[in-house]
Design a protein around this ligand. Structure first.
Ligand code: ADP
Ligand code: ZN
Length: 723
């Protein structure tokens, strides 16, 4: 059994080498099991921290740990990250020049390496196996173990032979790791790798830091641009179904000034690698891609994943959204959901000849549709699909944050059905909407459709609302849009039930815009300092030829911008700062932070060309209303009165929100709000007793401000650090 002393040593390595204070769930147990020399099968979601599970025991145990990894780019990334922490690691694959390969083998044979990453085909070559036989090995770690299974989403034939290892090296413990959530694939993996007796470690597959959002697809480009507005300068991936869409969208985003690049299997290998590398090194911010993109990209600070089109299945949706937020910071997954996409997939499925396969495809599609149209917590639906139960609604999906209102939409369903029957010929959704809302446009007049009974039957609603209703009726299976008849709306068999059974048709209320409310990432971090830290990280990464996140992660930089460490000891307390990185980069970061503190003193700092002072955060972060108000102030330059009117709240309430915004460290132009009296109040306040009550202070002033304004001034003084 792993002794107390070994556990202490593992903890010390976690802190000194990797810079972390605590193990994540399951990490310690897995490490102990390997230290005991036992096999293990680790099922943990992306970002769960699988790598440390074999890296720490490999460092502790005698001999070299062999890590099998499917992609050359991943190996390099991992080895770079380990080397930056001072761990002796190397990789051995076809990308090495002969001299380099020779040098690495020599180090390996001399027992100088803690970890060696190898591609499976290299590992299983006769000559390499013969070498291994003579050396001391601490373990085999099979990363991305689902590659061994044909059921998985990324089968790699060269993985299949890995099952042989168990018999050749019976005494070397073996660890298989995967983020696959699908039970069928898991079984297959453990059989093929001969790990049926290994202890299984199954972590929860919940990714609490990913916020799931689904929006009705209306104008995808506008919707995406609006979404990107909320994530300025952040990295993200947008998935589209076809290569053409990928290219169109990438170009459109570039036109709007976004550093986007296209990625799909039709792009030549060399250029594809460059796109990946640019993304990894933060030169490209947004990748627009087909699902070909993802496996080889291990970027921890992907802040969002957007699905422009319907994913193939819940499994793919989970895998693809899972590429966001590996670093554990808040991230978002947005899916644009349109009935057109569903119809397209339905049609493709109809062409599948094998009945069994068709049934599987239909099931996959239906699950995806059910998820998208769910009126209950998305995370519940998602985890439920993988057999995991969530007791409470998650509080971090669009449904939880903003539950849709529902209503009895039977009258509209009846009207729509009547309209389609009255029309007698094929018409699309748009035309039916026009009739229902009572339009008298030329086409309707000419066909005399203004005489129909259903004309104007939905005139209490606007076109968007009616369209949403028709779409929902399609989703619920009352109508189909027949693609072979130019998307004509046709009633299905189920439509006979409309209005006939007395059973109400419950619809979700139409909500314009994206349903999303954001607690912003790192609300209390010093944003200008964070930007400077990011620049410094880029500089050092360029100097040492590393991806920026290998220097320090976003988590580390965010903490630095919050806690502003200026000594080595303070830096050590920042998550992700181990001894080796402290030595390599500490000096630069420390002096940048000191300089920032000395020069900024919370006065004007340039931000997006405007002088926006940074305030000291004294209170909690912003709530949704406050975030919204702040955005309106910054973007639209709205006045107090306008905001009150728009939000239907009193001006006094708006003022209270302003106070909270300032206390959260966010800038509001208080001097202008107060007006010409501002300087006088500020000067007079310098002399008052700080412990006096509000009434007492006001009594001593010559300027008369109402209580709300006065509280705002006090918050401002605190924010700029004079009170
Ligand atoms: P996975 O391979 O499961 O997707 P990684 O091993 O890449 O996950 O880890 C994801 C992120 O979490 C990395 O940035 C890693 O450094 C960080 N991490 C792992 N373990 C811990 C821990 N115990 N404390 C803090 N951060 C951790
Ligand atoms: Zn939820």
């Amino acid at each position: 059994m792993a002794t107390k002393k070994m556990k202490e040593q593992a903890r010390k390595i976690l802190k000194d080498i990797f810079g972390y204070d605590n193990f994540r769930p399951m990490q310690e147990e897995i490490i102990c099991s390997l230290l005991d020399g036992k096999d293990a099968f680790v099922l943990m979601p992306t970002g769960g921290g699988k790598s440390l599970c074999y890296q720490i025991p490999a460092i502790m145990r005698e001999g070299t740990g062999i890590v099998v990894s499917p992609l050359i780019s991943l190996m390099k990334d991992q080895v770079d990250a380990l080397t930056a922490c001072g761990v002796k690691a190397a990789y051995y694959n076809s990308s090495l020049k002969a001299a380099q390969a020779k040098e690495i083998l020599e180090q390996f044979e001399a027992g100088q390496l803690d970890l060696l990453y190898v591609a499976p085909e290299r590992l299983l070559s006769k000559t390499f196996l013969a070498k291994l036989d003579k050396l001391k090995l601490s373990m085999f770690a099979i990363d991305e173990a689902h590659c061994v299974s044909q059921w998985g989403h990324d089968f790699r034939p060269e993985y299949v032979r890995l099952g042989e290892l168990r018999a050749i090296f019976p005494d070397v413990p073996m660890l298989a790791l995967t983020a696959t959530a699908d039970e069928h694939t898991r079984e297959d993996i453990s059989e093929r790798l001969e790990l049926t007796k290994a202890k299984r470690f199954v972590a929860s597959f919940d990714r609490p830091n990913i916020r799931y959002l689904v929006a009705e697809k209306r104008q995808p480009l506008t919707q995406i641009l609006q979404f990107l507005d909320g994530w300025p300068n952040c990295s993200g991936v947008i998935y589209c179904l076809s290569r053409k869409r990928v290219e169109d969208l990438a170009v459109n985003l570039q036109r709007h000034g976004i550093r986007a690049a296209a990625y799909h299997a039709g792009i030549p290998g060399r250029s594809r690698e460059k796109v990946q590398d640019d993304f990894l090194r933060d030169r490209v911010k947004v990748i627009v891609a087909t699902i070909a993109f993802g496996m080889g990209v291990d970027k921890p600070n992907v802040r969002f994943v957007i699905h422009h089109d319907l994913p193939k299945s819940i499994e793919s949706y989970y895998q693809e959204t899972g590429r966001a937020g590996r670093d554990g910071l808040e991230s978002e997954a947005l899916m644009l959901y349109g009935s057109g996409d569903v119809n397209l997939v339905r049609r493709l499925i109809e062409n599948v000849e094998n009945i069994d396969q068709r049934r599987v495809e239909v099931h996959k599609l239906n699950s995806m549709v059910a998820f998208s149209e769910a009126l209950t917590c998305r995370r519940r639906v998602l985890l439920g699909y993988f057999g995991e139960e969530l007791n409470e609604p998650c509080g971090n999906c669009d449904i939880c944050l903003d539950p849709p209102e529902t209503y009895d939409g039977t009258v509209y369903a009846v009207a729509a059905l009547q309209c389609i029957r009255e029309l007698k010929s094929d018409h699309g959704m748009g035309y039916i909407v026009d009739i229902l809302r009572g339009s008298n446009n030329a086409r309707i007049k000419e066909a005399q459709h203004d005489k129909l009974k259903s004309h104007g039957a939905g005139s209490d609603l606007n076109a968007d609302e009616l369209t949403s209703i028709l779409r929902q009726l399609v989703h619920h299976g009352y109508f189909v849009q027949d693609v072979s008849r130019r998307a004509a709306m046709l009633p299905t068999k189920k439509a006979e039930r409309i209005g006939a059974t007395g059973e109400p048709i419950i619809l979700a209320k139409y909500q314009p815009g994206l349903r999303r409310q954001l607690k912003r990432l790192g609300a209390s971090r010093d944003e200008p300092l964070f930007k400077k830290l990011v620049l410094l990280r880029e500089e050092l990464a360029e100097r040492d030829d590393l991806p920026p996140h290998v220097v320090f992660s976003d988590v580390s930089l965010t903490e630095m911008a919050q806690r502003k460490p200026v000594s080595d000891d303070e830096l050590r307390r920042i998550s992700g700062v181990g001894e080796h990185k402290l030595e390599a980069f500490g000096e630069e970061f420390r002096s940048l932070i000191s300089k920032h503190i000395a020069t900024s003193s919370n006065k004007a700092v340039k931000s997006d060309g405007k002088e926006i002072p940074m305030l000291i955060a004294k209170g909690p972060g912003l709530n949704d209303t406050q975030t919204y108000i702040l955005a309106q102030l910054r973007k639209e330059g709205m006045s107090l009165q306008e905001i009150a009117a728009q939000q239907s709240i009193s001006e006094s309430t708006v003022m209270k929100h302003f106070v909270a915004i300032i206390r959260a460290g966010q800038y509001i132009d208080v001097p202008t709000l107060v007006g010409k009296e501002f300087d006088t109040v500020m000067a007079e306040l310098d002399d008052v007793d700080p412990y006096a009550s509000l009434t007492e202070i006001k009594r001593d002033l010559t300027v008369d401000l109402d209580n709300d304004m006065f509280r705002l001034v006090l918050a401002w003084r605190e924010g700029i650090g004079v009170a």
